[in-house]
Write a protein that binds this ligand. Structure first.
Ligand code: HEC
Ligand code: HEC
Ligand code: HEC
Ligand code: HEC
Length: 120
């Protein structure tokens, strides 16, 4: 009787885990729709002057031209809030050696200045 109860619980949890809401899916890797058609233009031709652009332009990424597309993708694979998986390709050593567990890069290096929070 008791065993049956546990078995039911185990099966129930197993079923739950297969439902997307309860299983972990990496955020910021699934493509979403950009709010307006890009009409073949690049990101900067419309976003130049936005706060994100201004911060990006002054940052190391702007200087060295790590463009919007590198992290956000293009129209067909557009991601609104890129996950830190996009950072890995260029910053592998920081990715492997996170100073604190269970935090994201942008909790210390906010987009798009990517400066350290709290420091100038
Ligand atoms: C034709 C002009 C145009 C182009 C090209 C364009 N955008 Fe946008 N983008 C907009 C407008 C308009 C909005 C909505 C208003 C706003 O938030 O500024 C927007 C919103 C966004 C948002 C916020 C999304 C949301 O759902 O709130 C992101 C992120 C973004 N664009 C990134 C990009 C990136 C990356 C590119 C290049 C791959 C790009 N945009 C190309 C005009 C453009
Ligand atoms: C080095 C990677 C990187 C580059 C390059 C980059 N972004 Fe982002 N962007 C991010 C990340 C990460 C976030 C999510 C920030 C968050 O969740 O607080 C973000 C968020 C945004 C948002 C806010 C979306 C929302 O409503 O939550 C906009 C708009 C945006 N980016 C536009 C741009 C534009 C325009 C460019 C180029 C000038 C650009 N980004 C370049 C990484 C990048
Ligand atoms: C295409 C390669 C590339 C990607 C992708 C990339 N970066 Fe960078 N990043 C660079 C380069 C190159 C520099 C060095 C710029 C310099 O030395 O001035 C840099 C510099 C930085 C810095 C130092 C601050 C600064 O302004 O110089 C931080 C922090 C940083 N990146 C965080 C991130 C994070 C977080 C992501 C993911 C959201 C990311 N980067 C994605 C290439 C990249
Ligand atoms: C808990 C806060 C914290 C988190 C999370 C964090 N960083 Fe950093 N990061 C720092 C500090 C502090 C420095 C500057 C001091 C130093 O050199 O260690 C730094 C420096 C950097 C630099 C400049 C080069 C260097 O190594 O000094 C890069 C690039 C960078 N971080 C990328 C990343 C990326 C990519 C992630 C996510 C995978 C990340 N950081 C997560 C705190 C953090």
């Amino acid at each position: 009787m008791k065993l049956g109860k546990y078995l039911f619980l185990i099966v129930f949890i197993f079923i739950l885990a297969t439902i997307p809401v309860f299983s972990k899916q990496a955020k910021g890797t699934v493509a979403t729709k950009h709010p307006v058609p890009m009409e073949g233009q690049n990101c900067i031709s419309c976003h130049e002057g936005d706060q994100n652009y201004v911060e990006w332009e002054k940052s190391g990424h702007g200087t060295i031209l790590v463009k919007c597309e590198v992290c956000h993708g293009e129209e067909k694979n557009f991601v609104k809030r890129p996950s830190e998986k996009v950072c890995r390709g260029c910053h592998a050593s920081q990715f492997e050696n996170m100073p604190v567990a269970n935090v994201t890069c942008i909790s210390c290096h906010p987009a798009h200045s990517f400066k350290l929070k709290g420091h100038k």
